[in-house]
Design a protein around this ligand. Sequence first.
Ligand code: ADP
Length: 365
Amino acid sequence: ANLSFHEEVIGETSSTEIRALKILCVGRVCLDIVQTCTQFPAEDSTERWQRGGNASNTCTALSLIGQPCELLACLSADDHITFMRDDLRKYKIDYSHCPVIKGTGCLIASIILSLSTGSRTIVYHNQGLPKSTLKSFMELNLDEYCWIHFEGINIDEVLLCIQRIEKYNNSILNRTPDRMPITISLELESPRSGSRLLSLLPHVDVAFVSKEFANNLGLSNMNEVVEVHNVGQNTKATIVCAWGEKGAIARTSCGVIVQSPAFPPKKVIDTLGAGDTFNAAIIYYLNKSKVEFMHKYNRTACTSDTSQTTDTSAVKQSVEKNFNRENFKSNQLNFITEAVLQKTVKFACCVAGAKVGLRGFDNLD
Ligand code: ADP
């Protein structure tokens, strides 16, 4: 992986908060059976098995970048459960709240990767596994999470989950000042759910718009996606759009646009999961910036009144006095400045560029 960039941008600054609180990804996990072919559809292909699904891949990349994370997705009790569990453990992904469903096989994606054209052809089997994780989500202790990312399936359920997070965020307004509201992100990928996914935008902080989704809206390049009247008009959402080898673009809630080229590896080997890796890197970097912003905010609140005292209760009172939670919450995404978003998008393109040069995810760290 592109470690020099990683070290330069991330350095040693990972704070204890980033390590302590988890990022939760809600969506699907499946078994990917990947045929890598020299040409499509060659017969001399080699087959490999890996854990797949967007939310699951995003967790893999988050974990490899060094972020504690959790997956919430339905697992099949019948087939391949040992393979899935072992792999989740191998990548240190918490799956303790995943519902385990009996009587239905594991979702399987047969994938043909063509090395000559870079094309990916995916055929799904066993689509009978329920997708609902609502019950498990409602039982989670939200104190454990700093960010919750939704894959963008089960849209009615996603709305209910988001409403629970919104309620939680409001309830922590009067609690300890070092607790920031949970940030909500959503992937807009499936063109079939176009308008319903768009209807969730007013509820989310960060939205990932895929090329396929954008094409379906009649948008033919990433610049069109961030034109304010096209996606996310009148919402607070930061819009992020990756566009394969063209790189990526993003727009802050204030309308500032930033862009990064792609960082291609010497040889493109495997683009499967590039988008999920890109999303993970964006979430990781923004979350890190959020924690740093919070520290700075608290320090300012502290030192303005209490530079002369070492009495910790006085310091605490001062923080509480100076910390306007209501104001802070409504502006929670103020930390996504133009500079932060620019660095974030560049970082994500670097990480995703490193990933496409690797088979699977190993060595991304
Ligand atoms: P998806 O896997 O969802 O189709 P994209 O193709 O949009 O995702 O790629 C996500 C990111 O991965 C891009 O923004 C880019 O940074 C990186 N990427 C993808 N393909 C390539 C490539 N061929 N060369 C370099 N970077 C790439």
